[in-house]
Design a protein around this ligand. Sequence first.
Ligand SMILES: NC(=O)c1ccc[n+]([C@@H]2O[C@H](COP(=O)([O-])OP(=O)(O)OC[C@H]3O[C@@H](n4cnc5c(N)ncnc54)[C@H](O)[C@@H]3O)[C@@H](O)[C@H]2O)c1
Ligand SMILES: *[C@@H]1O[C@H](CO)[C@@H](O)[C@H](O)[C@H]1NC(C)=O
Ligand SMILES: *[C@@H]1O[C@H](CO)[C@@H](O)[C@H](O)[C@H]1NC(C)=O
Length: 294
Amino acid sequence: MREVLLLILKIFFAATKAICRYVVPKSKKSVKGEVVLITGSAEGIGRELAFIYASEGATVVCVDINEELNEQTLGLISDAGYGKAYTYKCDVSDYQQVSMVCQRIEKEVGNVTILINNVGVLITNHFCELTTEEIEKMVKVNLMSYFWTVKAILPSMLKNNYGHIVSIASVATIVSIPYLIPYSASKYAIQGFMEGLQNELLLNKNCKIKTTLIHPCITNTSLMRNANMIYSSMVPVFKPKDVAEGIVNAQRRDIVEAIIPSSYYLPFRGLARLFPAQAVLLVFNYLQTALAPR
Ligand SMILES: NC(=O)c1ccc[n+]([C@@H]2O[C@H](COP(=O)([O-])OP(=O)(O)OC[C@H]3O[C@@H](n4cnc5c(N)ncnc54)[C@H](O)[C@@H]3O)[C@@H](O)[C@H]2O)c1
Ligand SMILES: *[C@@H]1O[C@H](CO)[C@@H](O)[C@H](O)[C@H]1NC(C)=O
Ligand SMILES: *[C@@H]1O[C@H](CO)[C@@H](O)[C@H](O)[C@H]1NC(C)=O
């Protein structure tokens, strides 16, 4: 009985601490000298992330399947005169490639201290109209690649008891919406992955490895532009640069989970779960935003 009371007290203490952190976040830690690996760095949010980390004095490792655009990311960084940056071509959905590239990175650049899983693909359609290849691609790129990079990089972070793992999910984890089913499912899975990873790391009380899970709102990148989005003035579309800025801030403040542009939206996820599916659809229809099938 005494143990249970003590447990309840400890839970309340932890919750109070979390609420205080939510209102007054930690100050931003420096990323100077850190080695930041970003997947999907050739364009969109990933490219902006690479640029911001380089501007803050970090060594940036840009990993993408698109060599040509990834070189452009590197060019932007060197033209601005910012520190060291590297590019690696890799299909991150393939563990063999991830493992080999990560070994090369350790030799050629050093130990990765900040990993940003940012890669993502979106193909919108009625579930039954999606091909098995399209479904598999979304799961492999959006989810499996997040496993593979962590599998390749976490061991050295654990040895050094130092590092930060950031994963980009989506507001598509608040509700799963029509025509985006495999995409949403892979993003929900990232949520499960990151929660479990954090809890596993926390088993070691002295663990200095941080995790951050990010849910960006709708951002004007080619991922979105190619998705047949019916835009509504009710739903804001953010600039990749601003979203990347929010992601870097959340990482530097050790925020565990954030919706970008505002983490104050986070409680809405819990709220959406309290209402029946019909209510969520009513809001969805009111906002008149839909990812129309091809
Ligand atoms: N744009 C949005 O509205 C939005 C909203 C919520 C979440 N997100 C998420 O943010 C992240 C970044 O998205 P974005 O909008 O900048 O996308 P983007 O399409 O602009 O960029 C994605 C990058 O990933 C690369 N890539 C794709 N498949 C790859 C593979 N197999 N191996 C290596 N690289 C690969 C592409 O070449 C590209 O450079 C994704 O995880 C996405 O799901 C985006
Ligand atoms: C990377 O980390 C490993 C494990 O702690 C260590 O042996 C190695 O020297 C580190 N490499 C560099 C370049 O710091
Ligand atoms: C998105 O960006 C493109 C080109 O970068 C621009 O032409 C377009 O107006 C933007 N759309 C929105 C909704 O901001």
